[in-house]
Design a protein around this ligand. Sequence first.
Ligand code: ZN
Length: 233
Amino acid sequence: MTEELFRADAYLRECTATVVASSADGIELERTVFYPEGGGQPGDRGMLRSTDGTTFAIVDTRKGEDGRLLHLPAADAALPTPGDEVTAIIDWDYRYRHMRTHTALHLMCALVPYPVTGGSISQDKGRLDFDMAEGVDKEALEAALNALVIADHPVGYRWITDAEMAANMALVRTMSVKPPMGQGRVRLVDVDGVDLQPCGGTHVACTGEIGHVRLGKVEKKGRQNRRINLHLD
Ligand SMILES: [Zn+2]
């Protein structure tokens, strides 16, 4: 299995690695800084650079059905050879925006006390769907979000065992995304004093890095569902 360096440090922009497997369906590395699509967060893009300077564009990163982490090459592109040493380099601007949006959604989750039924993250906007019948006071929610940004809460990680996770399922806020159990331990994301929940995504180190946020439309998606859209400024 690929060592996932972004789990411990979301700020790593590159790493060296040996190519394990390589085909048009995806390139596998022994370790990587590329985040694979999951939990509403898009997969990373960027490039692999071989020791002779040849570069291979990576257009997306996915988990295969068997859990293998696949760096997807552009269509008809040349491929590195298994055994090659490469430097894996992510498109940092693209990833960092996902980190900011993703962390902003944790703040929203903390401020809207209803179960989350879905969500999505993109470059400069994100959304969460809540299992709630009433609307929200948009102005108050936007002000509360920006207050949490300005307070610059640190964001940290804690690991708990699968058994501890099973005994604390109330920590799970997103009904549509199961916590990644089965590997013996689960990572909790702790926005200090604000939000604590299992999450495998990438986050900024302090909420101040999110910057000012703006709420977009609050959409009614069925009788028991409200979709709240958020934009980075
Ligand atoms: Zn998260």
